[in-house]
Design a protein. Structure first.
Length: 162
């Protein structure tokens, strides 16, 4: 009975910690969608998919040889403004890539309008932001690996002392 209670408490703690970890990452960088309407969520998914396809086809013209991933999209309640969150790899200066994409904003919006014209009445203004959630995940994993390495060294030092 005691073992069962201890296991269930450990599982509950693990589940809570895991949920808190993932909520912290998503809430910090991409605003929560809990208050967004279903229409906003569908529209955001459509825009995210289409922008990703545009970057796959014509990305070299917009930002060069960098690898850009569309991590998420959020649409304003009136569907007139879309915030696009990008993750960038292979660039020395990520903000410079975002600035290059911003210079081609009108061209990207025109291509987006051509691709979703039958599905959407309003083609939103596009705002691009750097999404650093993957960098934060890497930093957390690195810290966890370091702490495990220190624990392993500490345990081996204690084992040798005995």
């Amino acid at each position: 009975m005691v073992l069962f209670i201890e296991i269930s408490n450990n599982l509950r703690l693990f589940r809570d910690a895991n949920q808190t970890f993932h909520e912290g990452i998503s809430q910090k960088n991409i605003p929560s969608r809990t208050m967004d309407s279903t229409r906003q969520q569908k529209y955001a998914r459509l825009i995210q998919k289409e922008i990703g396809e545009i970057f796959q086809r014509d990305g070299y013209n917009f930002y060069g040889k960098s690898f850009v991933t569309v991590m998420g999209a959020k649409v304003s309640p009136d569907l007139s403004v879309a915030s696009i969150y990008l993750s960038i790899f292979g660039a020395k200066d990520n903000q410079a890539v975002i600035d290059q994409i911003e210079t081609h904003n009108k061209e990207i919006r025109k291509i987006l309008g051509q691709s979703i014209r039958h599905q959407a009445r309003i083609i939103p203004q596009l705002r691009f932001f750097l999404d650093s959630s993957l960098d934060e995940v890497d930093k957390i994993e690195k810290l966890l690996r370091e702490s495990r390495g220190e624990n392993a060294e500490g345990e081996s030092a204690e084992g040798e002392a005995k």
